[in-house]
Design a protein around this ligand. Structure first.
Ligand code: PRP
Length: 181
C-alpha cells in the first residue's frame, strides 16, 4: 500500500493537532446546548471519531450514509439516504461531520434534508475542504474546517480510492500510476 503513495500532504500528527483545536472550538461554541454530531459514512467515520473524542461537553453521536446515483449524478447532486436519523431534531443543535467537501453537493443536500426537520441549529464541519472544486450552486457555509487542500487526489484517514487506502494514517497523494490504471 505504501508503495502507492507519492507524498504525504498532511501528517497524522498535524491532523490530530488540528482536530483537537476544532474540538476545543466546538466545545466552546456549543457549551450548554444539546449537541448531536452526525458523521457521514463511510469517509468521515475516522475523523468523526477523533473529533468526537476531542469535544469536552456532553454530546450525542450518530451517523448517516448517503449515496449519489452513480458517477454521473455526482455532478447533479441527486442523493439517496441509505442510513437516516430516526428521531426528532427539534431543539437539537446538529453538526454535520464530513471528511471532505469537494463539489459541495453532498453537504448542500444534507443541509436541505436535515434543515426540513427544524433543528435548533445546523452547522458543518469537515476535515478537508477543496474549494477549487466547488460548484457555484453549492457554495454552502463550512463552519469548522480542518485543512484546505489543492485539487489533487487525496486519500487516507477515511478517504478512499476505489474503497482502498482509508486505513492510511496520513492524508496522502497517490502516485498517478495508481488511478490511471
Ligand atoms: C465523499 C465524501 C463526501 C462527498 C464529498 O463521499 O465523504 O460525502 O464525497 O463530495 P462532494 O462535495 O463532491 O459532494 P463518497 O461518496 O466518496 O462516499 P464515502 O464517504 O463512502 O467514501
Amino acid at each position: 500500500m505504501l508503495q502507492d503513495v507519492e507524498r504525504v500532504l498532511i501528517s497524522e500528527a498535524e491532523m490530530q493537532k488540528r482536530i483537537r483545536e476544532m474540538g476545543a472550538q466546538i466545545s466552546q461554541d456549543y457549551e450548554g446546548k444539546d449537541l448531536v454530531v452526525v458523521g457521514i459514512l463511510k469517509g468521515a467515520a475516522l475523523f468523526c471519531s477523533d473529533l468526537f473524542r476531542s469535544i469536552t461537553i456532553p454530546v450525542e453521536l450518530d451517523f448517516m450514509r448517503i449515496s449519489s446515483y452513480g458517477a454521473s449524478t455526482k455532478s447533479t447532486g441527486v442523493h439517496r439516504v441509505l442510513l437516516d436519523l430516526d428521531y426528532s431534531l427539534e431543539d437539537k443543535h446538529v453538526l454535520i461531520v464530513e471528511d471532505i467537501v469537494d463539489t459541495g453537493l453532498t453537504i448542500k443536500f444534507l443541509l436541505g434534508y436535515l434543515g426540513q426537520r427544524h433543528p435548533a441549529s445546523l452547522r458543518t464541519a469537515t476535515l478537508l475542504d477543496k474549494p477549487s472544486r466547488r460548484k457555484p450552486e453549492a457554495a454552502v457555509p463550512i463552519d469548522y474546517r480542518g485543512f484546505e487542500v489543492p485539487d489533487e487526489f487525496v486519500c487516507g484517514n477515511g478517504l478512499d480510492y476505489a474503497e482502498k487506502y482509508r486505513n492510511l494514517r496520513d492524508i496522502v497523494i497517490l502516485k498517478p500510476s495508481v488511478y490511471s490504471k
